[in-house]
Ligand binder design. Structure first.
Ligand SMILES: *[C@@H]1O[C@H](CO)[C@@H](O)[C@H](O)[C@H]1NC(C)=O
Ligand SMILES: *[C@@H]1O[C@H](CO)[C@@H](O)[C@H](O)[C@H]1NC(C)=O
Ligand SMILES: *[C@@H]1O[C@H](CO)[C@@H](O)[C@H](O)[C@H]1NC(C)=O
Ligand SMILES: *[C@@H]1O[C@H](CO)[C@@H](O)[C@H](O)[C@H]1NC(C)=O
Length: 544
């Protein structure tokens, strides 16, 4: 069992690393968003080829990315996954590449990548062995970091297989210690490697523990694999379902993402034989809407021209790479449509709609649901077709099964104010906060106006109103949750923390308990209190 974890927050991660390395400048992660100001884009062999990687695959892929315009579109990383090494370390303790697979060596490949305008990334594991059974980094962290840097590598995906807790630590504590150690090593390098952390994926079965692990992840690295691997090329089962699993996990992590740190819902599997064309396009459009890493795991020389064309869609890539780095969050969800929104750096609002159902369907989405004022002029640009239309109060959407629409909504003059708006989701139970006559309950998400909340106010102090009753504010009234007139009393003031807590100015947390919205003392690892809010709500991150 994990130890009570309050003490973890006594020393925020940033300070902790300063205490350990007082004389070294600290470069990595949110401490310096410049290390990775927008999400990475590129290629990784894993989902397509698993352990069947080699030099030729990488050079052929690079040539194809160059000639087919993918490098120019922004896909500038070539990342090796597991199985690139030999089963034994060298006499000096250093990892060695398999010279049958990489006859010219990894430094040669890095040089080749750089000459053609790419970066080279690599894979290791924080445990005793990699998932494929090759030497893990445990006990060799400093050595391996130096080795990778000396080879010309600037990106490390660190997996979490074969980690065994020591010293009486819980599993979660062991991962935190190891990834923290890597963070310190990488941060102290003159040119820190980008750090992709797989730790959360090892905790996703228990969403309470998972959230607790996520709480430190953004302080240690630039991106994190957070849940199950996407289905590999030869895998059994539904590729679309595996994409949806990662998609759903991703929707629970909105509050963590910011410039310099990205939630990673895994590779784009664009040539997977189990996907329809609509599903391949949706996969890309949803990942771009999230501002997620766009790492293609496909045989790029054999992608169709149409696949290369949509993967190179400039306007969707611009959304992915938007400097605000907001992650689109759910506005509403019912059995058919997921509606998501976020802001873009130029003041536009993004609207993304996925038809999760099995047949085509129509819907209409009000601008109020996107946090915009009604009775205003907006231009809505369809990022698939490039067609622009004028809208005032709502936009009509007609979508095939598993298709995704993405619009960039540009406000007209006098209409530019945006209020973060959308679902308030218990990320453990999956239930939606729902306005009721007496206050608020938690229910299955149904896309009603009672489940769409406007979160207004500047900085860390916000007030929260349901779209069904905008004059009323969510309030702590004694020990119960009520909806009261929005007059700005302390009971109506809330702040949202990276832990998921939605804390009232009186100090208590909004809690799902027996289906009711209640107030209770704020506790870590309390599944009823780990809430997801709309994108753009200020998050108290514990290091402030
Ligand atoms: C390199 O890997 C690819 C993909 O697995 C394979 O098709 C090819 O035969 C391999 N080439 C060599 C030289 O091993
Ligand atoms: C290198 O990879 C090849 C092909 O997978 C394998 O047969 C060989 O045993 C590996 N060599 C070493 C030294 O691990
Ligand atoms: C993992 O590696 C450590 C350090 O080499 C060793 O002490 C430990 O016994 C190993 N654990 C297992 C389960 O192999
Ligand atoms: C999930 O983890 C939390 C915290 O460790 C624990 O209290 C809870 O019982 C676990 N839930 C399940 C279903 O195992």
């Amino acid at each position: 069992m994990p130890q009570p974890s309050t003490a973890r927050w006594a020393i925020p991660a940033r300070m902790a690393s300063l205490l350990i390395l007082p004389l070294l400048s600290v470069h990595a992660s949110v401490e310096d968003p410049k290390l990775l100001p927008t999400p990475p884009m590129g290629f990784n062999n894993w989902a397509r080829f698993e352990c069947d990687l080699n030099e030729t695959l990488f050079t052929d892929t690079a040539q194809s990315m160059l000639s087919r315009g993918l490098l120019a579109a922004g896909y500038n990383r070539l990342n090796l996954d597991d199985c690139w090494m030999t089963h034994e370390r060298g006499a000096d303790g250093a990892l060695q590449w398999n010279s049958t697979l990489f006859p010219h060596g990894i430094p040669w490949l890095a040089d080749y990548a750089h000459k053609h305008g790419f970066h080279l990334g690599i894979y290791e594991d924080s445990g005793n062995a990699t998932c494929g059974g090759y030497p893990g980094s445990y006990g060799y962290e400093q050595k391996d970091a130096e080795t990778f840097a000396s080879w010309g590598i600037d990106y490390l995906k660190l997996d979490g297989c074969n980690v065994y807790p020591e010293g009486g630590r819980s599993m979660a504590e062991e991962y935190k210690l190891r990834y923290g150690q890597w963070h310190d090593i990488l941060s102290a390098m003159a040119e820190p490697l980008i750090f992709s952390e797989s730790a959360p994926a090892y905790f996703s079965e228990n969403k309470t523990e998972w959230a607790n692990v996520m709480d430190w992840i953004p302080f240690y690295g630039e991106l994190a694999r957070h849940s199950d691997d996407v289905l590999v090329y030869v895998g059994e089962g539904s590729a679309w379902d595996s994409i949806m699993v990662n998609y759903h996990f991703q929707t629970l992590l909105v509050r963590y993402q910011k410039p310099g740190y990205y939630n990673d819902p895994d590779f784009l599997i664009t040539d997977h034989p189990g996907l329809t064309d609509a599903e391949k396009r949706s996969h890309f459009a949803l990942w771009a809407s999230f501002g997620a890493p766009l790492i293609i795991s496909a045989y790029i020389p054999d992608l169709s021209d149409e696949e290369v064309r949509f993967l190179s869609n400039k306007e969707l890539i611009a959304v992915d790479q938007d400097p605000l780095a907001q992650q689109a969050a759910l506005v509403s969800r019912d059995g058919t449509f997921d509606v998501l929104t976020r802001s873009l750096a130029n003041g536009d609002r993004l609207l993304t709609v996925l038809n999760t159902g099995s047949s085509s369907a129509k819907t209409s989405i009000s601008v109020a649901r996107l946090g915009l004022k009604g009775q205003c002029q907006y231009k809505a640009r369809d990022l698939w077709t490039g067609k622009t239309s004028s809208i005032r109060d709502a936009i009509g959407i007609n979508l095939d099964s598993h298709a995704t629409a993405v619009y960039r909504i540009t406000p007209g003059r006098g209409c530019t104010s945006v209020t973060p708006t959308g679902m308030i989701l218990n990320t453990v139970s999956g239930n939606c906060l729902t306005a009721s006559s007496s206050g608020a309950t938690f229910k299955t998400c149904n896309a009603a106006d009672t489940q769409v909340w406007s979160v207004s106010g500047s900085g860390t102090k916000v007030s929260i109103s349901p779209l069904s009753n905008p004059a009323k504010c969510l309030a702590a009234k004694g020990s119960i949750i009520a909806l009261v007139d929005c007059k700005g009393g302390a009971g109506t003031i809330w702040s949202h923390a990276i832990t998921g807590h939605l804390q009232n100015a009186n100090g208590d947390c909004l809690t799902e308990s027996g289906g009711q919205g209640t107030l209770a003392g704020c506790e870590l690892l309390q599944g009823g209190q780990i809430l997801g809010l709309p994108s753009g709500v200020h998050v108290v991150d514990g290091s402030a």
